[in-house]
Design a protein around this ligand. Sequence first.
Ligand SMILES: [Fe+2]
Length: 300
Amino acid sequence: MTDQALDSMVSTNRPGPAIVRNSDGEVSVTLPDIHPGYGDEHYIEHRRWIAALALYARPGDPPSHVAYSDGDRQVWQLVTAKLRDLHRSYATAAYLESLSALQLPSHRPPQLRDVSDTIEKETGFRMTAVAGSIQARTFYESLADRSFRATQYIRHHSRPEFSPEPDMIHEVVGHGPHLVNERWTQLYQLAGDAVRRLQDPRAVDLVSRVFWFGVECGLVNEGGEVKAWGASLMSSVKELTQFRNANIRPLSVADMAAQDYNSHAQQQVLFVAESQAHLEDFLGEFFTTVQDDSPYAVEA
Ligand SMILES: [Fe+2]
């Protein structure tokens, strides 16, 4: 098994799809019974093909071309149309500006390679393909090398409003706009640099928590309204319609460190910055200064 295959195996501690390449080189995708695609053999076989493209890629290869199905195209069309409407009401102005720079198609999923090319021209960051969720350290250390590891499959059609795992809609609509903005790629790189210098897994977990509540779920006060900026919120119809009902608190590393989070479920607690600049300063300061012995990284 290659390092790439090892990296691309699901490794979260929560029940998720198991994506494995065995010693004979065969790729299997096993979905847990709570997954919307569980039991849909056609979908699982399609996922297996897409997973194999990533697992057989050589390190540094651009994302392979994916033959998206009619079902994928319908889900992309439906979800991105709903998201476009919601973004107009709930997204920060800076996110909207960056989203338009990506020029995503509305009637079909884009090829990840094309999105990566657009991003690379703007900021030098690239998107590289993974089969599924990966180890936190692998994900962050890629960011340090200005590479964002992204999935290429599309969520199951039976539950288009929310994906329990990061699918291509999440990567492209959620993270894509962040990655065409030079200031925001700086934050991604700082998070990667932080994990690269940290040895203690508890400190890496602290980085993951702050990244989660800031980059994935961050909110910004804009003109007296709470707006969304985080990638996870931006790619979920359900989260965008409901985030204002969450328990919303001011930015605080201590508070973030004390929160349990589950990236497979909707968020109950979110954090809001006083402005876009405040959020960027908060994240930049934390990622630059976090150390193995930082407060909150050590268990009581
Ligand atoms: Fe994400």
